[in-house]
Design a protein around this ligand. Sequence first.
Ligand code: ATP
Length: 513
Amino acid sequence: MANQEEVFKKVISHAKEYGYIFQSSEIYDGLSAVYDYAQNGAELKKNIREYWWRAMVQLNKNIVGIDAAILMHPTTWKASGHVDAFNDPLIDNKDSKKRYRADVLVEDYTAKIETKIEKEVKKAAKRFGDSFDKAQYLTTNPRVVEYQKKIDTILKRLGKSLENEDLADVKALIEELGIVCPVSGSTNWTDVKQFNLMFGTKLGASADSAMDLYLRPETAQGIFVNFLNVQKTGRMKIPFGIAQTGKAFRNEIVARQFIFRMREFEQMEMQFFVKPGSQKEWYEAWKENRMKWHLSLGLGNENYRFHDHEKLAHYADAATDIEFRFPFGFKELEGIHSRTDFDLSAHEEHSGKKLQYFDHEENKSYVPYVVETSIGLDRMFLAIFSHALKEETLENNSTRTVLKLPAVLAPTKAAVLPLVKKDGLPEVAHEIVEDLKWDFNVVYDEKDAVGRRYRRQDAVGTPFCITVDHQTLEDQTVTLRHRDTMEQQRVAISEVKAIITKEVDMKSWLIKM
Ligand code: ATP
């Protein structure tokens, strides 16, 4: 496939055409940065959630899962710092009237320099062949070193200005770098302003007694306020974790990247409560654990990297992002943060209730420290879906579009296809469907030539097709076709379930972690 933009367009249109993602309220021209998951999308999303939940909750004796409400007492957001500090710096271009996140404009600028580095590396690798040492090249080639220095200087200054809330300097930086609006091409910028991302709403019927609330901008606070309830009722001993998945809402300034940045999205978070002083160790352990989870899905090690934060949020003493190579470049997929005792202490202060743990070994009480792992379910969906979509040229020069989803996550595991719509073949195919449906999602399809049906299942990502033909009536065998290799094997009907199970069973994937 051609350039990044075209690839991304293809991802979006494929997601719609094959029943994965629709724009929300499309008949009314949609709602910006809000999306609906369609029949296949809902299944894929559910499977990703389940894959995460099993890895985090089922496989860890000391992690339990909860499901807290979206609406929370408003003081929660005062204590968490969201009322005062959950802002993004925004800037408008006076000519195009388009709005941007000032920090993202600068980061996009440095990303372009990074692309130049990648190009140099590619060229050099070609030139030097097997003897090419990438690490050495990155630290010694004068041009590359100069590029990297420029990136570091820019990001350092951006981090510092944001930390000091020096918005005038953020604007100065944008001007000094000569960053232009991608739409108007001009540098006619407004001042940079802070914009709070929380959605407000009201609780209660009468105007004067109604209470101002917020839709939660993260799921984490539902875990912090329940820390002691879970610890006591579950008799949890530190270190232990609380996990949850659920919706979060952010009134994002710019939301132009499909489901990468939505205004309503879903998070999968786990807060791990540890003894103060041991947080660094747990932070490293969770970094490693989460990367293993990602790699177990087989999307390619080269498509992930860590990006440690220069600028730390007000609550953190260490933070990193797991970045994934999306069609528009490496971007944050998951955050791992060492949040200290910031949240529990803040809730103690605002609620007047103790949120402490009595440590029998130490014979004292303390506010635990927290290491969290936080991943966007929708972003994970996009990572998997965009990586899976391939256009292949076949031996006879024809092309096929195939969605190579990890079989464990595919919405439908098998399609059962009678070769023709007569001679008793549909009946046998229906019997197979009836038998397999207790174990996984299967579909029946009898329309069009079998080759076209294979292509349809390839495009929707179904890992197996089971074809019933005249020989089936004689010897109870079917053709089992594999999506990725297009290999066809003749197997007994009685063996089909075991073969498919082996490929789609969560255990056989999770065990690779
Ligand atoms: P970004 O820098 O991209 O705005 P963030 O650092 O604010 O993200 P966190 O608050 O750390 O994100 O949230 C944890 C995870 O939730 C992110 O890694 C991402 O996967 C997901 N996420 C955050 N905001 C959105 C959004 N608007 N739409 C979809 N997913 C999101």
